[in-house]
Ligand binder design. Structure first.
Ligand SMILES: [Zn+2]
Length: 261
């Protein structure tokens, strides 16, 4: 039976690249039309390779290629590509952008079309590139990916009675918020401050495509980081290598950034 070849136009965002033999690269892209795909790019490391600029990290655009249902796909040409250049120039932006991509890589199988996540990734990378706080953008992805990882925290209101007015706290054993009348249900509730609860609830419903500014205090960012680390460690169980690098960066940074509130 003839193998099906599908030379087609597609939109893609470069997720990562891996050396493959001496002159070739494997390039993972999130495509709008076909989900995540691994591309074999022959001769990619040769000088003067025609697609060099189109397959750099943090590049996105309109490509032409042979999309295979199974195994490796091929990029033949690019029609128009752009580059998130501020991300590649900045070690912090780079680290958070890489972490977001590795979360998406863990969260979805290859070849499953996820156009809404293509749009989110494109928007999120654009925001980091424009200078919005990369740590907060990563938090938004972490919160919105929880249901994909099978954790559906109830953030609309108290899991027992539905009360949605603050104060509210988070209970890991109930997988959601508790109101003061039901705090006693979980003696190990997390005692989150209300600002952290506020942002968690906002992040879970926020549309990245319409976001244009965000300012979260240093102290609240630390609390969000601690909460999300706890959920990701205890419940999700996904630990990309890029996250360890972010943890190290935060350790270098912490003596220089006293709490602001
Ligand atoms: Zn309640």
């Amino acid at each position: 039976m003839a193998q099906r070849h599908k030379v087609t136009d597609f939109h893609g965002i470069i997720m990562y690249r891996k050396d493959y033999q001496e002159r070739d690269l494997l390039v993972k892209m999130l495509t709008l039309e076909h989900g995540k795909k691994m591309f074999f790019v022959r001769g990619a490391k040769k000088r003067g390779f025609k697609l060099t600029g189109d397959i750099l990290p943090f590049t996105y655009g309109h490509y032409v290629g042979d999309i295979r249902e199974e195994g490796l796909s091929y990029v033949n040409a690019s029609k128009a590509t752009e580059h998130f250049s501020h991300i590649s120039e900045d070690i912090f932006k780079n680290a958070y952008a890489t972490y977001i991509m590795s979360l998406l890589d863990f969260a979805f199988p290859d070849s499953e079309p996820i156009p809404e996540w293509y749009d989110k990734l494109h928007a999120g990378m654009g925001l980091i590139d424009q200078g919005l706080d990369a740590a907060v953008i990563a938090n938004i992805f972490e919160v919105q990916l929880l249901p994909v990882f099978g954790v559906q925290p109830e953030l609309r209101g108290c899991v027992i009675c539905g009360e949605s007015k603050p104060p509210l706290d988070y209970s890991e054993s109930y997988g959601g918020l508790l109101c003061p009348r039901h705090y006693h249900m979980d003696p190990r509730r997390l005692h989150l401050d209300q600002r952290t609860v506020f942002y968690l609830r906002q992040f879970s419903v926020l549309d990245l495509a319409t976001l244009n500014s965000i300012a979260v205090k240093t102290e609240t960012k630390k609390h969000l980081r601690r909460f999300l680390d706890q959920i990701y460690n205890d419940t999700v169980g996904v630990h990309p290598k890029s996250k360890r690098f972010i943890d190290q960066m935060n350790e270098w940074e912490s003596p220089l950034t006293p709490d602001s509130d």
